[in-house]
Write a protein that binds this ligand. Sequence first.
Ligand code: DQA
Length: 148
Amino acid sequence: MTTILLLSGPNLDQLGVRSPEVYGAQTLDEHVSRVRALAEGLGYTLRHRQSNHEGDLIEEVNAAREAAVGIIINAGALTHTSWALADALASFPGVVVEVHLSNPAAREPFRHTSTVAGVVDGTIAGFGGLGYDLAVEALHRLLQRRGD
Ligand code: DQA
């Protein structure tokens, strides 16, 4: 099993038009294409799902327990509110990397809390799209370290 699940939360389907000064000009499809090429170069298959609905993301995480070795997740604003998503991620046995395009710690106070930060292996934030590339590399190295 060598699938990586890339999960994109609410409003990330709007990348490219949504606050480009904060999130950059690239679309989600452009990020996904780049991540897919990087993941495939390392021998993985990439599955990507974007949803604006919390339950969809939770079901993807739970299904990944049997189907993926790792998860890269940008949960969007659910990062700051969803204990249910955090519970799902906590029971995923593989590697989980949290990504944010912006640096939430440098923004409004409500973005300073991440429900998922405590249940992921690590967080990459503030590097724009580069964060996704770094996440693939981090995930791969952590899996190698685990011997998967
Ligand atoms: C985000 C940061 C969140 O606070 C915000 O709600 C998003 C995007 C980021 O990638 O920087 O939707 O996760």
